[in-house]
Design a binder for this molecule. Structure first.
Ligand SMILES: *[C@@H]1O[C@H](CO)[C@@H](O)[C@H](O)[C@H]1NC(C)=O
Ligand SMILES: *[C@@H]1O[C@H](CO)[C@@H](O)[C@H](O)[C@H]1NC(C)=O
Ligand SMILES: *[C@@H]1O[C@H](CO)[C@@H](O)[C@H](O)[C@H]1NC(C)=O
Length: 351
């Protein structure tokens, strides 16, 4: 046997054996059940080159390292959020929110008093909560995170929408093919959930792309509908630099930008967190990209049933009723065609 092999070797051209030998060794390496060929190793070997950025964007955390919900306590908000997340294959982290003493919030409220606009009490509480969540992102050492408010809603087709956002953010910011990340790194805020964004002439032009899941303009309920009428064809969305965007329903941040936002917005002295964020975006102190129209909007229980938002009640604009009064009756999500919450909770749309 040994001799035969030797003879074989001697008589054959040794070069011809290198390739088959390498192939056999490789197969042995990947197929044998030894610790060096576990699924994880195989995944590392192949995944790096095969996962497209747009596919990564459509994972359970929308291509961010974490999806994080800002939430003060379990309620109809978090129950609906989790139901919608389950339906659409998303995975949210809901960190416990620190309770700040009222004196702290009041002190924050009064920064800049008499010199500039200051937030009312409910808006200041919500603002400080966003700052606390940004601190959580920083302290957790996350590379990227997407932050939502816990009453947020989205379309059941969000995974299709986010793939297009990945394609177009990458295109818009000239992300090289060699960079496998879903959105590149040339932004501080990726503002995907809001209640209106201006498309202004003086700003750099955006990139327009087809997305047939978009709400028709005449059904779009926002202060910014006029911009869609003038600047955006039906069935299309736009990625553009944010000049004026309102409502912080959902926004992406990076390790570096979370600190930048905290530094700028931790100084208070504006009407609310979202308004201050919008101002810093407009001043170009933050590089903010917005998708227009938004892919996330908040769900609102029926106001007829006595629902009052915590910000409004904190601002002194009404007392909320018990959530049992409205939780099981369908509310509304403006601007989202096929609401994930309403599909999950009521098997219906929320329009
Ligand atoms: C989704 O993709 C991002 C970016 O590649 C990654 O950081 C994150 O861990 C992924 N999420 C899941 C749940 O695999
Ligand atoms: C990138 O955007 C431009 C318009 O700004 C468009 O012409 C081009 O087709 C886009 N490329 C990709 C790969 O989407
Ligand atoms: C949801 O509604 C559709 C029609 O609108 C119906 O066909 C389907 O059976 C319903 N699903 C459940 C689980 O009730």
């Amino acid at each position: 046997m040994f001799r035969q092999l030797c003879t074989f070797r001697v008589h054959a051209n040794p070069r011809l054996h290198i390739l088959p030998a390498v192939v056999v060794l490789f197969l042995v390496f990947i197929l044998l059940p030894n610790p060096y060929s576990s699924d994880v190793q195989l995944g590392r070997l192949f995944a790096v080159s095969t996962v497209q950025p747009r596919q990564a964007a459509a994972n359970a955390t929308l291509g961010f390292q974490r999806l994080i919900a800002l939430s003060s306590k379990p309620s109809w908000r978090t129950r609906g959020l989790q139901a919608a997340a389950k339906l659409t294959g998303l995975d949210f982290t809901i960190p416990p929110q620190p309770h700040n003493p009222v004196e702290f919030v009041v002190a924050f409220e009064d920064i800049g008093l008499g010199q500039t606009t200051t937030p009312k009490h409910g808006s200041a509480s919500a603002w400080v909560a966003h700052l606390d969540l940004l601190k959580f992102v920083i302290a957790s050492g996350l590379e990227t995170a997407f932050i939502v408010e816990d009453d947020v809603d989205w379309d059941v087709r969000i995974k299709d929408q986010i793939k297009l956002i990945s394609d177009n953010v990458r295109n818009y910011t000239f992300v090289p093919k060699s960079d496998p990340t879903p959105y590149g790194a040339d932004w501080d805020v990726l503002w995907l959930g809001h209640c209106g964004g201006a498309i202004e002439d003086w700003a750099p032009p955006g990139v327009i792309y087809a997305d047939d899941t978009r709400i028709p303009t005449d059904s779009y309920a926002s202060w910014s509908t006029g911009y869609l009428q003038q600047r955006l064809p039906e069935g299309h969305r736009m990625i553009h630099v944010s000049t004026t965007t309102v409502c912080s329903f959902g926004y992406g941040v990076t390790r570096a930008s979370a600190q930048k936002i905290l530094t700028l917005l931790g100084r208070g002295a504006d009407e609310a967190f979202d308004v201050a964020l919008s101002h810093h975006c407009r001043e170009r102190e933050l590089r903010c990209l917005v998708v227009n129209p938004q892919i996330m909007h908040h769900y609102e229980p029926s106001k007829d049933l006595g629902y009052v938002s915590p910000v409004d009640s904190g601002d002194g604009e009404g007392e909320p009723v018990d959530e049992a009064e409205f939780e099981f009756i369908k509310g509304k999500t403006f601007n989202i065609v096929e609401s994930a919450r309403c599909r999950a909770l009521f098997n219906d749309t929320c329009a």
